[in-house]
Design a protein around this ligand. Sequence first.
Ligand code: F0G
Length: 470
Amino acid sequence: MTTTETRRRLRDATKKSWAEPWKIKMVEHAHWTTREYRAQCLAEAGYNTFLLRSEDVYIDLLTDSGTSAMSDHQWAGMMLGDEAYAGSRNFYTLEAAIQKYYGYKYIVPTHQGRGAENILSQIYIEKGDFVPGNMYFTTTRLHQELSGGTFVDVIIDEAHDPQSLHPFKGNVDLDKLEALIAKVGAEHIPYVCLAATVNLAGGQPVSMQNARELKALCARHGIPVMMDATRAVENAYFIQQREPGYGDKKIAEILYEFCSYTDGCTMSGKKDPLVNIGGWLALNDYEKFEEARNMVVVYEGLHTYGGMAGRDMEAMARGIEESVDDDYMRSRIGQVVYLGQKLLDWGVPIVQPIGGHAIFLDARRFYPHIPQDQFPAQALAADLFLEGGVRAMERGIVSAGRDPATGDHRYPKLELVRLTIPRRVYTQAHMDVTAEAVEETFWMRDRATGLRMIYEPKYLRFFQARFERM
Ligand code: F0G
């Protein structure tokens, strides 16, 4: 097939409807409830969707984390778990899969992403350091702060504008990074954290060109680039679809090249790698790897299991291989786009372009009459559950937390509600029902009221905070 033909085939493929490259073998029942019952559930949960019981939720779009359906091949692998305390066969299978698809040299398994973030932060960051990143992520930033560092946002400005149609809103603004290096000195920047895709910007991707240029800039200053690779396969899909020169390449090839511009990664295996638990830290620097491998025994478990069972590592190794399949990823993101397009057609304000793992409702435009300190996105997530039994997540002022220096709320520009799509779990009909619930909530928006926070935990408050209606 000539290059032109391949390109045409790919272009046509994006126009045609997609279907999942799998069929369903087992189902789990989900129950519809009454509005009255849901109102009671919400009051008991303090208007925080994290505090609802899963069995009271009809369509659960709280997160794509650990909520994937595993394949029969993964389940078969679970039976091959080698549950030895040390040197489990499954660890070496997992290590080989990460080396093959992500290309890093040394792997430290962890129980999930934040376990890897903890170790990375502790071995790299010293008190007074600055850690630049393309937008914060909640747990990532907290570990940087607990290690004595200060996070500095160096994402391009477009990322903070929900209506900007920039194709790579996850990109690092290299001028902002250069200005930071000039101001604080490269010796106070232990690494740059590059998230691909960027969760809190709306699942927005980073371009290959940006990663390449970032690596070149950092190399000049001797600063490593550490990737948050949680959704790097989804990022690779967007590069294939949007970046000139990559339309003919396989997602696996794109992922491998992207990782080559970074010096290591943290990974929440609960997303791209299609498992319910697990993660890892990968490094190319042997000395740092030795430090990390020593530290993992303090926090997670021995360096050949890091908090995972042998069967979990086997399932993740198999999940990695399935995750880079082009047809799978096309249907994965095709489903997200299907939901998003429906909402756009109905005039519902969402973050654009549509991102990889979720649709983000823009609560500022949805509930313009609710001021940010009355938690509009938190209120919207609660209302959506009330109207449609759909569980979503706040990603606004509650998630942003307080500034450790001043103790004031951080006021993020993005005040969003995330409808996160689990992988291989829901059908297109579930997306229709979700869209209808959002639309109904949108029609009743004038009646919505804000919330008052009545309980606020010290760390990562969005998980456990409680509210009441104003
Ligand atoms: N980095 C990113 C970009 C994430 O989205 C997450 C988790 C983590 C790190 C932490 O990984 O949960 O395995 O410890 N995100 C989930 C979410 C919780 O719902 O977005 P973890």
